[in-house]
Design a protein around this ligand. Structure first.
Ligand SMILES: N[C@@H](CCC(=O)N[C@@H](CS)C(=O)NCC(=O)O)C(=O)O
Length: 198
């Protein structure tokens, strides 16, 4: 399987973490999604991550690719049914994934605005993205994370890694001590170290 990816992408990092954890070999092709038109041949949305299966078909976006790899690799990152509380673990994990991905969307959107060729970007968009980043972090400060990481925990960690990489001046940790402590511990996983943004 081939993965169109980028070392800085929080979404592609989710996929690389799952593959690393499950011992799945991926041929990783690094691309600049914003400018590389050839990506559109395999993904009409021209986005990474895009996974090319051995039969040549393509899968996107990160939640779909992660669940696919989890299934073929026999992983436990997407909890299933629970006979006492149907689907509770699953919805918690998927809900947390949505929050983590949404936080990444706002941080990526912010970065996109401030790196516009016109230099300053749209102040309304910048303010909206920044408000979402702060609200997302505040919501995560109250979350009780699972001991055995699910796709939810992985998505949140990838979003936080992207924020630290691309928004280094955002001092989010001092006012969110629970989240900061959880994240520091999570960063110790070998899969996190092997996939750090660059
Ligand atoms: N919801 C998508 C988001 C993917 C995404 O936005 N990727 C960015 C890179 S970090 C991208 O490909 N941007 C290029 C573009 O949209 O033109 C996912 O989870 O995979």
């Amino acid at each position: 399987m081939k993965l169109y990816s980028n070392q800085a992408s929080p979404y592609a990092r989710k996929v690389r973490i799952i593959a690393h954890e499950l011992g799945l070999k991926l041929e990783v092709i690094d691309v600049q999604a914003r400018t590389d038109e050839s990506l559109r041949r395999v993904n009409p949305l021209k986005q990474i991550p895009t996974l090319i299966l051995d039969d040549g078909s393509s899968l996107f976006d990160s939640p779909v690719i992660c669940e696919y790899l989890n299934q073929i690799g026999g992983g436990k990152f997407f909890p299933g049914m629970n006979i006492w509380k149907q689907n509770s673990g699953r919805w918690k994990a998927l809900g947390l994934q949505a929050l983590g991905d949404g936080l990444a969307d706002a941080a990526v959107g912010f970065r996109h605005e401030i790196t516009q060729p016109e230099a300053s970007g749209n102040p309304h968009h910048i303010a909206r993205h920044m408000a979402t980043v702060h609200a997302g972090l505040d919501a995560l400060e109250k979350v009780k994370f699972a001991k055995d990481p699910t796709i939810g925990e992985i998505s949140v960690a990838c979003a936080l890694g992207y924020i630290d990489f691309r928004m280094p001046d955002l001092d989010w940790k001092a006012s969110r001590p629970n989240l900061a402590a959880w994240y520091a511990k999570f960063c110790e996983y070998p899969a996190m170290k092997a996939t750090a943004p660059a």
